[in-house]
Design a binder for this molecule. Structure first.
Ligand code: SF4
Length: 237
């Protein structure tokens, strides 16, 4: 049998992309945690969103994990809606996005990631330890809170699960604490990324910076023309 597996996989990816509500020109809830210049480049067709195999597989893993959460909620008889699209404008602007789980008074987002792990102790005491974060990343919080505000829920939660260890942690917050931050981000993002000129400020949000003040976003950013770009996969060999 002679199967063109590459062609079959590309066809599947294209089908999923076509069925997805994603639109490069639109403003997305996930954009609220990104660099304005990076969002400007995508919305104006300077870059185009591209999902490589690593990201694609990770997305499938995230969806699989959501199915597990659905099964757990169903088994407990909890009422919820799954994958609810944002329809109404938020702070006066249209945003595209889909909330993972919506309950009567809250929204829950799940995130699959990797927690820090390493060895502690010496000799016979030496053992591997996984560090469960005390707080989720601020970028995660902003996205989940934006979904809750858009869907009129006063609370939002995040369940963060570690792919490597299987450990997980769930956080719950009130939306009121981030409403003004999100309102400002929505208006700022919408007014600076729709068209020319390119945003002067090439500065990803502070909550994506490492201890040395550099953002991980610049290591993955598709906008090669930016002087801060550190994405090695964009280098021409
Ligand atoms: S390289 Fe960094 S600063 Fe420049 S557009 Fe990309 S994310 Fe923004």
């Amino acid at each position: 049998m002679n199967i063109d597996l590459d062609a079959a996989l590309i066809a599947l990816q294209n089908k999923q992309k076509k069925e997805s509500p994603w639109d490069d020109a639109a403003l997305h809830v996930s954009d609220l945690a990104l660099c304005k210049r990076q969002v400007w480049a995508r919305r104006n067709g300077v870059t185009e969103s591209y999902i490589d195999l690593d990201n694609w597989v990770q997305m499938q893993l995230g969806l699989k994990y959501e199915e597990i959460v659905c099964a757990a909620l169903d088994a407990k008889g909890v009422k919820y809606e799954y994958q609810v699209p944002v329809k109404d404008p938020i702070f006066g602007h249209k945003l595209i996005g889909t909330a993972d789980f919506v309950f009567e008074d809250a929204v829950l987002d799940t995130k699959t990631t990797t927690f820090w792990s390493g060895y502690v102790g010496k000799g016979d005491e030496r053992r591997k330890q996984v560090k469960i974060p005390e707080e989720p990343k601020m970028g995660y919080r902003i996205q989940a809170a934006a979904y809750a505000i858009a869907l009129g829920k006063p609370r939002y939660g995040l369940q963060v699960v570690c792919r490597a260890s299987g450990k997980r942690v769930t956080f719950w917050y009130e939306t009121a604490g981030l409403a003004s931050v999100i309102g400002k981000a929505v208006v700022d993002m919408q007014t600076t990324t729709t068209s020319d000129p390119e945003p002067i400020e090439a500065k990803p949000p502070w909550y994506t910076e490492d201890a040395d003040g550099k953002s991980w976003q610049c290591g993955y950013c598709p906008y090669a023309a930016c002087e801060s770009n550190r994405n090695e996969s964009l280098q021409v060999l």
